[in-house]
Design a protein around this ligand. Structure first.
Ligand code: DON
Length: 577
């Protein structure tokens, strides 16, 4: 079977009705649908949907060579570190949710950890106030990267055994060494003040005249290729010990951070049981703490399950949106108070994901009035920041599925490439609550459960998720978007299950978001005026929000795998065969 490819371009997609399907254009053995649509390909043999096309093809190639979804995911993970450097990474961390054909569900937690030198007051200024400069813009914000350990652990435990780790890294090495052409989307992202301020980063991402690489330029990453080569040869040890670790620690400390070679040597990716829930007969498998994503998602679904949302949406769309917003507020209030690194704090996961707990919340929802956030819990403000993380979904012909979300936190993380390694480092430690009830870059509040501490993992919102029907994969989804991730995944699920949308329509449909504090509903540009007016009428403050999530998803249908690259991302691609 030959692969076919649907390239999705963002241009004008919001103007299109969510159910519009454009014809496919033939181009050799690729089929591209361009001009602003969200048409999705169908595959039988395997599928990868990722936010950048070269990396998606790397994964599809591994599947075609007989690899399983985990092999492909690992190859995509390394490739995106080269082709999508604003979020793909080996200097950051993330989460992988895995469903195996034998029925096993598991997750790999490769979230960054705080260096041993980080403590509860690390991100405060002299007067005891939270200092965003420290937690977002300084080398203190850099967490010990988890990606290399996480991808290697996933491969070692769940790869097919047909490929060595080196074979899965090889495409990334070639892309780094041979270079990749900068697309319009990449060029826009590369104009970035965080990158520009470090000479080691500027020499890779800028031309000699100090201007960022532009569309059509080639991004050459020889040092990153060398680092990947070392990992291919010696495994994760090459990253966490020896010259690469020494260079990372030296770069962080000369930039004013506290990470040491010991912090790197001590890093461990962990396999964790997923959080599980159910929604109208589907099993929901997602990420447990240190991500709040799975808990929040299941909590919101449980609240919504008590309503006949499909029927309500048909007769009164605004009321359906109001119910979504009310569920969101409550789940995010719980996130704030209760959740943190499970190695350090008790997370009441069973309680928060129980149907009975959701029924309690539901009883307080007024069907015709917004609940003020302050009536749910205490408050804060928002400072929208940072737009990148990346999610990809993979399915193979054997019935294995992977949902993977990973990140540097902001675009290009803190912007610092560790001199001599080509590796961009994250600023993930801003996901801690620098001070209780002071918002992070995504406006999220946290309490003591998420205070900074040595070796601790900051609470995440990343929500890679797999839905099963009768034990078999039905939907693979996830997204970037900081605090908006959990509500994005929620709406993909509601769009599919309650609104009966197909994969492409569910991904393309405009989204709303409420994170309890600040007390407002964010609405993407194409949320209908009537819905906005109705939300305002029940008492919600509605604020326009640019589209910056990217829910690259796969639905498993009787006709085959249906992939939808999010039309909000210009370079996203669904590859099926
Ligand atoms: O782990 C988290 O929740 C955040 N660091 C994710 C950041 C993110 O999604 C930024 N991109 N849009």
């Amino acid at each position: 079977m030959r692969p076919y490819i649907i390239a999705l371009r963002r241009f004008g997609f919001f103007a299109l009705a969510a159910t519009l399907a454009l014809p496919l254009l033939a181009r050799g053995d690729e089929r591209a649908a361009v001009g602003g649509n969200h048409t999705a390909p169908i595959g039988q043999g395997g599928m990868v949907v990722a936010q950048e096309a070269l990396a998606a093809r790397v994964g599809a190639d591994i599947l075609q060579k007989g690899g399983n979804a985990i092999d492909a995911a690992v190859a995509v993970g390394f490739a995106l570190a080269v082709t999508f450097p604003r979020a793909g990474n080996i200097g950051g961390g993330g989460f992988m949710v895995i469903h195996l054909a034998d029925g096993t569900d598991t997750t790999i937690d490769y979230r960054e950890t705080a260096p041993a030198g980080i403590h509860a007051k690390s991100f405060l200024d002299e007067t005891g106030n939270a200092d965003p400069g420290k937690s977002r813009d300084s080398a203190l914000a850099i967490g010990v990267p988890g990606t290399v350990a996480g991808l290697a652990l996933a491969e070692q435990k769940y790869g097919s055994g047909k490929f060595t780790l080196a074979e899965l890294i090889a495409p990334a090495i070639a892309l780094a060494r041979d270079g990749v052409t900068i697309t319009e989307d990449a060029a826009a992202a590369l104009v970035n003040r965080r990158l520009a301020r470090w000479p080691a980063s500027a020499k890779i991402f800028q031309k000699s005249d100090g201007v960022a690489l532009g569309r059509g330029d080639r991004l050459m990453q020889a040092e990153l290729a060398d680092s990947l080569q070392a990992i291919a040869r010696d495994g994760p040890r090459a990253f966490y010990q020896g010259p690469i670790a020494e260079k990372i620690a030296a770069a962080v400390s000369s930039a004013g951070g506290v990470m040491t070679v010991d912090d790197l040597r001590n890093y461990q990716a962990m396999e964790r049981a997923p959080v599980r829930g159910s929604y109208r007969g589907y099993d929901v498998i997602s990420m447990a703490p240190p991500s709040s994503g799975g808990v929040g998602l299941i909590e919101m679904l449980n609240i919504l399950e008590g309503y006949d949302l499909g029927a309500i949406a048909q007769s009164d769309e605004a009321k359906a949106m109001h119910l979504l917003v009310e569920a969101m507020k409550r789940a995010y209030a719980d996130r704030t108070l209760f959740l943190g690194d499970p190695e350090r704090v008790q997370n009441p996961v069973a309680l928060l994901t129980s149907k009975a707990y959701a029924a309690g919340w539901r009883a307080g929802i007024d069907p015709i009035h917004a609940t003020a956030a302050a009536d749910i819990r205490a408050g804060g403000t928002v400072q929208p920041e940072g737009r990148n993380t990346t999610h990809f979904s993979v399915i193979d012909r054997f019935g294995n599925a992977v949902a993977n979300t990973y990140t540097l936190n902001f675009n290009f993380g803190v912007g610092l490439v560790a001199e001599g390694t080509g590796i961009l480092l994250n600023n993930e430690l801003d996901d801690f609550a620098a001070k209780p009830y002071v918002p992070n870059a995504f406006g999220l509040l946290g309490a003591e459960a998420n205070e900074p501490g040595p070796g601790k993992r900051p609470l995440s919102s990343m929500t890679p998720a797999i839905l099963l029907k009768d034990g078999k994969p039905f939907l693979i989804t996830g997204s970037p978007g900081g605090s908006r991730i959990i509500t994005t995944v929620l709406q993909i699920i509601v769009n599919v299950i309650d609104r009966g949308m197909d994969m492409a329509a569910a991904v393309a449909a405009p989204r709303i978001h409420d994170q309890w504090m600040p007390d407002q509903v964010y609405a993407e540009p194409d949320v209908p005026e009537a819905v906005i007016a109705a939300l305002q009428a029940v008492g919600d403050k509605v604020v326009a929000q640019p589209p910056f999530t990217s829910a690259n998803s796969i639905m498993i249908t009787p006709q085959g795998f249906v992939g939808a690259a999010d039309p909000r991302s210009r370079d996203a691609l669904a590859v099926g065969f």
